[in-house]
Design a protein around this ligand. Structure first.
Ligand SMILES: C=C(OP(=O)(O)O)C(=O)O
Length: 613
């Protein structure tokens, strides 16, 4: 049923090389995590260089300004056309690509990018050079600030993506300035595998998945926008394939495995037969995912599982609405503070929360109050004197609820904004980094005081006080979850931090990446404790860390007692698919076996061996 395989780049020792004399040839690259395909290669030549030839313009400044404005207009027109095209594609594709196209259009409006270009044009530069420099500068800034803040994992990937967005929009405008055509696939035979040095996101968005069987590129990476687009389109792809042009010419038959990153060049008859079966399984899987949104998230044995979405940026909102998620299980409010010059006031926060809550309609929005500290750093709080610049060990210092209780004015402002937004629809409030019940008691006191104040002033809030819950993300909280549940209205397991604190392995450090493993028996026992304690206390509980988004772990978490998950919106259909094909008793048995294991490797093997019905 599930076409996904566990092998990934690096696990396979047969890197690019010949299998048997005269036989097929293997290449490897970065898999985008989806799809199988077989077909003839369609090789496109060298990528056009978009480096501007001239820096100093021989035109007047006004003429360069006009050229730039026209290129921007053309770019916006193209992006709008793409949006219309995408509106005809399956919903899960729109969900991935739509917000990205909106981001590009916003960048072309009044923005730092536009200011950067305009000031360069004023200094006498050509429009091409001005766009090239301004976008490169913003992309570099993005990466430098990610490095400076020592971002890792998803945060670093987000910074890289954002840098890629700047470069991509720059290339589009430059292409329009130079009047260079975008990649043309009009003479590509249906069912071919596109082999290119590079594929820009703009080109990727033009790919018709009904015609292009797969994509192989020499450049690129699995977290870039091109990869996101191809994944959303359901086009199997392997990127960053070294030496692809040494072995592949037009018409060479290729088997592309977008899960493992392997490419078989000139496959044998046996490999071809196997590949055809995998291609058929993948096509069936895609069809099912497309239908998922409208289907219920009930297990094959009848149990209802709640699947909600995490939200980090308001721009993701359309994605949530289209993913079939039953509300927002975790709204991280750090985005309001991270790049802000000053602390956001109540009105600013209210506007954003109210807009989100209204969009979610009758589905609940779970708003987590500011979880500052650890790897989440930024200038606004430093400038406001809330946090210092240096802390010896920030992950163990004054962060999360500790910081908010030290600065109750911050908490009061945020509570007031949230309570007012609760007039627009169902809301829940989450406290981060709780380790002792007294923190919940203190926060609740402030919460109720703010609610009373708003009421006294006749300010509209929800009819009832929204539930106040706590994140379970430290071993202290996990092991005393039953006690915390007596003070909280619900619990949310933050497995990202819980893994970090349980294993004493920084989630933001690549040096201890091997140790940071949520499948470590200690982490799983913590999670199991929390789920059991919540059950005994009849306290609602969900899992909202990254493990909730991993379909491989869904049966285990259900078996441990989890009935509510919150994850990146794009993963909701895939997790739902697993839920629908899984039997509750099988999950219980799996969880029991796994809890008896002491080795994370063996736990991984048990998960891989789990059979959906
Ligand atoms: C959801 C979590 O919180 P954060 O925002 O720190 O990832 C977690 O720790 O699992």
């Amino acid at each position: 049923m599930n076409a996904q395989r566990s092998s990934s780049r690096g696990e396979d020792s047969t890197r690019n090389g010949m299998d048997e004399p005269g036989g097929e040839y293997f290449l490897r690259g970065e898999p985008i995590g989806a799809g199988f395909a077989i077909g003839p290669a369609f090789v496109v030549g060298e990528d056009l260089s978009l480096e501007p030839e001239a820096r100093i313009s021989h035109l007047t400044r006004e003429q360069e300004h006009t050229r730039f404005s026209e290129a921007v207009e053309r770019s916006i027109g193209q992006l709008k056309k793409l949006q219309n095209r995408i509106a005809r594609l399956p919903e899960e594709t729109q969900v991935e690509i739509g917000p990205m196209l909106e981001v590009y259009q916003r960048m072309l409006g009044p923005s730092r990018l536009q200011n950067g270009v305009v000031s360069r044009l004023d200094s006498g530069m050509t429009a091409e050079a001005a766009v090239h420099e301004a976008t490169a500068e913003l992309a570099d800034l993005m990466l430098a600030s990610s490095e400076e803040r020592q971002l890792a994992g998803e945060d670093a990937a987000a910074a890289e993506r954002r840098a890629g967005e700047f470069r991509e929009i720059g290339r589009r405008v430059i292409r329009n300035l130079m009047r260079e055509a975008f990649l043309s696939l009009s003479n590509m035979p249906d069912g071919s595998i596109l082999v290119a040095h590079t594929l820009r996101p703009a080109d990727a968005a033009l790919i018709d998945p009904a015609r292009v069987a797969a994509v192989v590129t020499e450049d690129g990476g699995a977290t870039g926008h091109t990869a996101i687009m191809l994944r959303a389109l359901g086009v199997p792809a392997v990127l960053a394939v070294e030496g692809v042009f040494d072995h592949v010419t037009d018409g060479t038959t290729l088997v592309v495995d977008g899960y493992s990153g392997s490419i078989t060049v000139s496959p044998s008859a046996r490999t071809t037969r196997q590949a055809r079966k995998q291609v058929a399984a993948y096509a069936q899987e895609r069809q099912e995912l497309g239908r998922m949104r409208r289907l219920s998230s009930r297990m094959s044995s009848g149990e209802k599982i709640t699947l909600q979405a995490n939200l980090e940026l308001p721009a993701e909102l359309p994605l949530i609405a289209q993913s079939g998620a039953a509300g927002i299980g975790l709204l991280r409010t750090e985005f309001l503070f991270i790049n802000a010059e000053t602390l956001p006031d109540e009105a600013t926060q209210y506007d954003i929360y109210a807009a989100i809550v209204s969009t979610m309609g009758s589905d609940p929005t779970t708003i987590r109050v500011l979880d500052w500290g650890g790897e989440k750093q930024g200038e606004a709080l430093i400038r406001a004197g809330v946090v210092g610049r240096d802390s010896v060990n920030p992950a163990l210092g004054v962060r999360g609820i500790r910081l908010l209780l030290e600065h109750p004015d911050l908490l009061e402002t945020q509570f007031a904004a949230i309570l007012r937004a609760a007039a627009k629809g169902p809301v829940r409030v989450l406290l981060p980094m709780v380790t002792v019940a007294s923190e919940i008691v203190a926060a609740r006191e402030i919460y109720e005081r703010v609610a009373r104040r708003l009421k006294r002033k006749g300010i509209e809030t929800g009819e009832t006080l929204p539930p106040l819950g706590v994140m379970i993300e430290t071993p202290a909280a996990a092991l005393t979850a039953g006690h915390l549940a007596q003070h909280a209205d619900f619990l949310a397991i933050g497995s990202n931090d819980l893994t970090m604190y349980t294993l004493a392995a920084d989630r933001a450090s690549s040096e201890v990446l091997d140790l940071y493993n949520p499948l470590h028996p200690a982490v799983l026992r913590m999670i199991s404790e929390v789920l059991s304690a919540a059950f005994l206390e009849r306290c609602p509980v969900s899992v909202c860390g990254e493990i909730a988004a991993n379909p491989r772990l869904t049966p285990l978490l259900i078996g441990l007692g989890c009935r509510s998950f919150s994850m990146s919106a794009s993963m909701v259909p895939r997790v739902k698919q697993v839920v629908r094909h899984t039997d509750y008793n099988d999950c219980r048995l799996l969880a029991r076996r796994i809890l008896a294991e002491t080795d994370a490797g063996e736990i991984g093997r048990l998960l891989d061996g789990f059979q959906s019905v």
